[in-house]
Design a protein around this ligand. Sequence first.
Ligand SMILES: NC(=O)c1ccc[n+]([C@@H]2O[C@H](COP(=O)([O-])OP(=O)(O)OC[C@H]3O[C@@H](n4cnc5c(N)ncnc54)[C@H](O)[C@@H]3O)[C@@H](O)[C@H]2O)c1
Length: 374
Amino acid sequence: MIVGIAKEIKNNEYRVACTPNGVKEFVKRGHTVLVEKDAGIGSGFSNEEYIAQGAEIVETAEELYKRSEFIYKVKEILEEEYKYLREDLIVFTYIHSNAHREQTDKFLESKAIGIAYEDVYDRNGGFPLLKPMSEIAGKGGFIAALNFSQSIHGGNGLMLARVHGVRTPEITIIGAGNAGLGAAELAAAFGNKVTILDVNTDNLEHAKHILPPNVELLYSDEQNLINCLKRTDVLMNCILWPKWRTDHLVSREMLKLIKPNSLIVDVSCDDNGAIETSRSTSHDDPVYVEEGITHYVVDNIPAAFPQTSTYSLCNATLPFALQIADKGVKQALIDNKYLRRGLTSYEGQLTLEETGKKQDRPYISPEKALGMED
Ligand SMILES: NC(=O)c1ccc[n+]([C@@H]2O[C@H](COP(=O)([O-])OP(=O)(O)OC[C@H]3O[C@@H](n4cnc5c(N)ncnc54)[C@H](O)[C@@H]3O)[C@@H](O)[C@H]2O)c1
């Protein structure tokens, strides 16, 4: 198969889907790998490093998309890239189709095959292609909190660390999953008083085993959350909020409970989601103030750490990408139900139920689209 590794064009996105070591795995199996010129530069990989592992460098995105059968990338297809979508082109990337209606239109009109990283799942019901980025996002979210608490960055001037003779800052983290644990690990390591809330007691128990004793583990009910809001210096949202929910865990009204000039870091980044006042921001313009509380809602935190993120993401996606290249996309999807769950569009049909419901569009199951059931 001819695999194309695209250069990301989204603002401040420096990750690349595949490392030079990953290229070697494709080439070893007899596949051709095209890498768009300078695709790896932001993650610290030169064109020469890719060539050394058997890749061919192509000058433009147009040539890459034209010659490739399988586009392996990181972010969704942006407007400038719509024109490259065509029938049977396989695109394996984060798609987030429910948040990008126009992109969904383009996938369906072009009949390109979209497989979304974020919907691939594993035998425990987890999301293995979200997990590595979630951990980095949680940690990066805490690093953002360190930054935006500083007066020189418009913050309230608190150093989020234990300093003798001074009150220790309190950090509240909602969600003890991948992002929440990543955030808690750093926040606790800096000596803060950390509270994690979760509705899943197994996840809280797991957190108890891996986090230090300065992390309090609370069941996430309304009263516990209210008590935390009253005392917290930083609120971090790390919940995986169901796409269909229209209510909020932290309403606009509840922001009045939080100390003025405090900080919310919404790692989950669901517009108007668990936190009513959240709307996605970018690294260029990361914060805004609502009800006297600074909100940091950057939707691609890992992009700030491309060297770490690229390795971590490629480690997780490569086994699936190799299956697609080795078996052909249809067989790979039939053989692997975990990968199949990520199928978003196939032969011009929407195959992701959540997007169908959210955008009020017709959809069919991936199994039906692939001819596995009538
Ligand atoms: N901003 C970014 O750049 C970025 C990057 C990666 C991931 N994310 C997002 O981070 C979020 C978390 O991802 P994850 O991999 O850690 O998810 P996860 O599934 O591992 O963890 C979510 C946790 O939230 C808990 N939860 C659910 N409802 C709750 C409630 N009402 N109160 C308290 N806890 C509750 C779950 O039990 C679970 O432990 C996702 O929305 C993901 O899309 C953002």
